[in-house]
Design a protein. Structure first.
Length: 305
């Protein structure tokens, strides 16, 4: 039986599919979006998170770390991420009396994940909800995703998958019939700019989009993150809207950039690669953009509204 590397399960989600949903976040992603709101989702391995606002600099973590990766300094504990071997015991996490340290990511078997999903069944039945698999990139753990989607189908639980589309064709073909709705992220249309900014060409993404548009056009909602200075140019947004119209897709959502990932990145020892003054677009500006992209064949809305 397959196991998946999961870093969070959220209950009572309402913005990631119809009705009330259970949201399962899988670790690992082939892209490196600098604005990612879940930076811990990029790695396929568990990671150590240090929430500085909880820390009282007691030194318990330094005493518990057998690898010597934690040193107590005047300003608080310092973590050498290169030395940290992410040991099986995670003794530093257990030793912290304030809960300032946490392990992000653990292997979970399909029955364990299904127990979380089944616990919310009454909410699905009353609201038309179900389970949504996000990340990271769920398609990057294909065996586990296939098994858990199959388990949902056997239990008559509706499913949705949030994906960037970067996956081999055979993976998408395997799971497509088990998914009731895809939320497909498109970020940058120009292939050169896409590779420069996100670390990968968008060729496989375009192939996945064309495949889903051909076999399941009614299941797809395209989501475009509006990140000022990165994805919000008229050429990019209008180009994406034109591509969707060409493919016969009718639903597009603009997602506002949120700065949540910046502090999270720091808590995982990651660099913040965004300009310090980067701010989200106003709701009014997003609505204006959406109105300008809507056509008789394409409904463009702001996510969450």
């Amino acid at each position: 039986m397959a196991e998946g590397m999961v870093f969070d399960i959220q209950h009572f989600a309402v913005h990631d599919g119809p009705g009330i949903r259970t949201l399962v976040f899988l670790k690992g992603c082939p892209l490196s979006c600098p604005w990612c709101c879940n930076p811990e989702s990029r790695s396929f391995r568990p990671q150590l998170r240090h929430s500085a606002f909880r820390c009282r600099s007691c030194g318990a973590c330094a005493h518990a770390c057998r690898a010597g990766a934690v040193r107590l300094k005047e300003e608080g504990p310092s973590f050498d991420r290169a030395v940290c071997r992410q040991c099986e015991t995670w003794g530093c996490v257990d030793a912290c009396p304030q809960g300032a340290l946490a392990k992000a990511g653990r292997l979970m078997a399909v029955p364990e994940v299904m127990a979380h999903i089944e616990a919310d069944r009454s909410f699905y039945e009353n609201s038309g909800g179900g389970a949504t698999f996000s990340g990271g990139e769920p398609l990057a753990q294909p065996e586990f995703l296939f098994e858990v989607l199959s388990a949902c189908r056997s239990s008559s639980i509706s499913t949705a998958v949030e994906t960037c589309g970067y996956a081999p064709p055979e993976v998408l073909e395997q799971v497509a019939s088990l998914v009731d709705h895809f939320y497909f992220d498109l970020k940058v249309l120009d292939p050169v700019a896409h590779e420069s900014l996100l670390g990968r060409t968008n060729g496989p993404i375009m192939d996945s989009l064309q495949y889903l548009a051909m076999v399941s056009p009614d299941k797809i909602t395209i989501r475009v993150p509006v990140v000022p200075g990165y994805t919000d140019s008229p050429d990019n947004l209008q180009g994406i809207a034109g591509l969707l119209a060409f493919l016969g897709l009718s639903r597009m959502e603009l997602e506002p950039y949120h700065p949540f990932g910046r502090s999270k990145a720091l808590s995982f020892g990651m660099a913040d690669l965004l300009p310090p003054d980067l701010a989200p677009s106003s709701p009014a500006h997003l609505r204006e953009l959406a109105a300008g992209l809507s056509t008789p064949f394409l409904a463009c809305t702001v996510a969450g509204e």
